[in-house]
Ligand binder design. Sequence first.
Ligand SMILES: [Zn+2]
Length: 216
Amino acid sequence: MIDRCQDHCCADANASASPAWRRALWIALAVNAAMFAIEIGAGVAAGSSSLQADSLDFLGDAANYAISLGVTGMALSWRARAALLKGITLFALGTWVAAMTILHATYGTLPKAELMGAVGLLALVTNGAVALMLYRFRGGDANMRSVWICSRNDAIGNAAVLLAALGVFGSGTGWPDVIVASIMAALSLSGGVQIMRHAIAELHAEPQSQTGGTAL
Ligand SMILES: [Zn+2]
């Protein structure tokens, strides 16, 4: 979910130009983009809103890595525009997840708990592996702390999906999925708004805009 990984985490804007670090960022970008597709697809297939909600974090992280990779030599205003696009995308997807959650609650959809659990576990393992890779490349850097905080928050989200799967399995109802998804969707929507606000403030703070255009 977006709130877990905003500008402060997962990748920093001042990523060094070291080829090894850039390669690590590319790997992290590819893995997160793939996991977004897998988790959102599995979420639809399993009828699980919490899987869909959790997938948005992978998209947000992939966007962060992409911005980090592209940011070297990029004007602040373009970075802010990229962040704004990310915020809008995540807010739109968060709205869709919220709508799906309401639908599932209304129709009493029973998610496939096994698929939820398997993909939630895959997400947890993937996040751990990426964190370990970035941690290793980042040796001694102060930003290791942000990698750690972000990974921990991601793991909490993945664990929430696993708990929801367990709850669905145990109760034979979709309510645990709906409850977890509602919390995640709310965090995603507020996270999306925060990202948009921050990006718009950055665009307005720009002393002079070369293109002269406004963001919206
Ligand atoms: Zn994340």
